[in-house]
Design a protein around this ligand. Structure first.
Ligand SMILES: [Fe+2]
Length: 383
């Protein structure tokens, strides 16, 4: 896997200037969010860095990018051979969009054609350095080789080693102006990506070390980062998000992520919010792993030990207690904890989630097998 340069610090802008000089980048594609780019202070800080450069600025107007959004942005880029770098400043959706532009810079295949085949051999990402500057903590997209894209409400993950940003620059003060509900949902995403990575059947010593630190930092600092925005808390949450990203770059995510996508697509629940509520339920569900339904080759006892280690990190002993304390954490960040309040009310709603929530790749990463009927039981017991 390619190496990534990483820097975290308030003076990250100067490091970006140095990096652009090092790769002799004069003509730059800048990809940002809509209002957050200015509101976060990124525009003002990046202005002197880019003053002497040729910059084409593309704005992403949608969270959770759709195929048509990416295609439209690609059509706006003329003279593709003249660029020497891509800079992405924004949340996970913006960084993922920049990765998708890089992935489909050279056509064919088009993104649409590729999602029909998903043959990784067809992908030829542009040889352009990508600098990722997250404005949320976060998706951890700055640390992964994946990009999420939606086609007809279905979620796809485009994956390639060359989509790992060449330089990830985490600048904690950028996180200070993010709206409360975005900070809360993003923070939950980081925390739960740490938890999912820790119990993933693909976990390694290295991934669990990264995930463990991410969980501990996020668990201890998420409320202060979301509700108070102290610089110390933002620093820790930014690091947690990056580390969780590094961990899922090794293991990928598991069942809560798989089930979350239709909740976002069909019910408009923000990604991290849905993942937080689901992870709480899976802390209990996974603890019931047996010899018969264990998907981890290391066996159910091994899985239970890892789950116990997660519980300890959350300050509790059992899966039920972990579920309870995580649900309370969701509420403490101002996020609704009841699915019926979030619009998931009828049996048809539940069936829609079940029908669309079984990304086989993600579900089989979960340590305990889950089928449609256990999923139905799990969801039906929610308020
Ligand atoms: Fe996520």
């Amino acid at each position: 896997m390619p190496e990534q340069q990483h820097y975290q610090g308030d003076d990250g802008w100067a490091k970006i200037a140095e990096y652009l000089d090092a790769v002799s980048a004069r003509n730059i594609l800048l990809v940002t969010g809509n209002s957050t780019y200015r509101a976060s202070g990124a525009e003002q800080s990046l202005e002197p860095v880019l003053r002497e450069k040729e910059v084409t600025h593309l704005t992403c107007f949608h969270t959770n990018p759709r195929v048509e959004d990416v295609s439209q942005l690609l059509n706006q880029i003329d003279n593709k051979e003249s660029y020497q770098a891509i800079i992405a400043v924004g949340g996970g959706s913006v960084i993922d969009t920049a990765k998708l532009l890089k992935a489909f810079w050279i056509n064919p295949p088009s993104l649409d054609e590729y999602l029909g085949s998903e043959d990784i051999r067809e992908l030829r990402p542009a040889a352009l350095p990508l600098i990722a500057i997250p404005s949320t903590a976060g998706s951890g997209s700055e640390a992964t080789r994946f990009a999420v894209v939606y086609k007809n409400k279905k979620k796809y993950s485009v994956e390639h080693d060359d989509l790992l940003p060449n330089f990830s620059v985490v600048i904690p003060p950028l996180l200070a102006s993010v709206p409360q509900h975005v900070a809360a949902s993003s923070g939950m995403d980081a925390l739960c990506q740490g938890i999912e990575s820790y119990w993933s059947i693909h976990s390694t010593d290295e991934s669990r070390k990264l995930a463990a630190e991410a969980i501990t930092l996020a668990w201890n600092w998420i409320e202060k980062a979301v509700n108070d925005r102290s610089s110390e808390a933002l620093n820790h949450m930014a690091k947690a998000s990056y580390l969780a990203g590094c961990a899922i770059n090794i293991t990928k995510t598991t069942a809560p992520h798989a089930v979350s996508y239709p909740m976002t697509s069909y019910f408009g629940i923000t990604h991290g919010h849905a993942v937080g509520l689901l992870t709480a339920r899976f802390l209990t569900f996974n603890e019931g792993v047996t010899e018969e339904d264990c998907l981890d080759a290391r066996g159910p006892e091994w899985v239970k030990k890892r789950l116990h280690e997660i519980n300890i990190k959350l300050g509790v002993i059992t899966g039920d207690q972990a579920s309870d304390t995580l649900s309370k954490k969701v509420t403490s960040l101002g996020l609704e904890a009841s699915f019926s309040q979030l619009g998931i009310k009828t049996q048809d709603d539940i069936e829609l989630i079940i029908e669309n929530g079984f990304d086989p790749e993600r579900v089989k990463n979960n340590p305990r097998a889950i089928n449609a009927s256990s999923m139905r039981r799990l969801i039906s017991s929610w308020g």
